[in-house]
Design a protein. Sequence first.
Length: 428
Amino acid sequence: MSTRASSRIPGFFKRTRQERLRIMADAFHLDPEAIQALEGTGGLKPDQAEHMIENVVGMYALPIGIATNFIINEREVLIPMVVEEPSIVAGASYMARLARAGKGFLAQADPSHMIGQIQLLDVPDHEQARTAILAEKQTLLQAVNKLDPVLVELGGGAQDLEVRILPDTPAGAMLVVHLIYDTCDAMGANAINTAVEFLAPRLEALCNGRAHLRILSNLSDRRLAHAQVCIPAAALAFDDYSGEDVRDGIIEAWAFAAADPYRAATHNKGIMNGVDAVVLATGNDWRAVEAGAHAYAARSGRYTSLSTWEAADDGSLCGRLTLPLALGIIGGATRVHPAARAALALMQVSTSQELAEITVSVGLAQNLAALRALATEGIQRGHMSLHARQIAIAAGASGDAIRAVAEQMILEKTINLERARTILGASH
């Protein structure tokens, strides 16, 4: 077990925001610039945003929460999460606390192999074209690797070429070439797109066809991240629920998602609640990750659960999650956004694979949190407190009135804007 500071911080949620920042900064040795970025006082500036996207008019903020209690590959980690929905940070943190009764989360990420696609049309003989392209594979790969010799020196670059024939599409038969490209610690979209643009005219000459689309694929199934966790049944017990009942209820809830795509969509959305929050915090492309994850969930031809849950021989609850995770720790917004850099500093990741291992572990924890709530007390109980506070704020409450109005609505089990306004009006 690592000797670094523990991510188990009892009562962290009860502290003030300033106290949480101080505790976190002291324990994980954050410099003042990182603290200011996470706090929001030293984050992205409008003049920086001006150069990130078009037609910038201002900034849009979301909360950064810290998931505590995580042990991932025997390493203590505090995890920043950017998300607007209540209960996500709390749910992940509590499941990570339960996981400490086992060995925490064990995770592993594949090498950073991405896929670039070249669509070839008007090819007179597809089989002959495939043979011609594969015969020149090594020459083509060597040519691509001259584009970025530094990346090649780091162990990355073009790794392989694959040729697929799609015989029956709405536009007729077509040939598709896949360039397998190792992007190392970058997400790699720009590098891959540059490489396939370079390859296109060479492939046209080899197959006597016309290169059309030249673009990366967000189904990055050569870049999978895997996480697993086992929790003793006794650690799952609470209130009147025995550990065995909670375990079995979770497995039964998962089985519903495994069998039914309507349930699987919501089940996987719960996983992505955790995944996207880490991806956003680190300045990565959450839309690409979402697209890849849901496509991967349908890889068998039927959309199903990304995770699996089962009872081990010793009675423990064991879960596994695998999903494509194309994440980077260099380049893009990760390099530009101060809060993204601070998030990486807090987690002390040194490779994109480490970041993927953390992210997939959070996804598995978030999945467990949702299944546990659904299988026992219901999903609304965990949401109720923060949801009530949001309604109180929307009704115009501020300061101490927020908590007072929220608590009254929870007591009455009536949480809506009209009731919040009535309670707020009676207090004035």
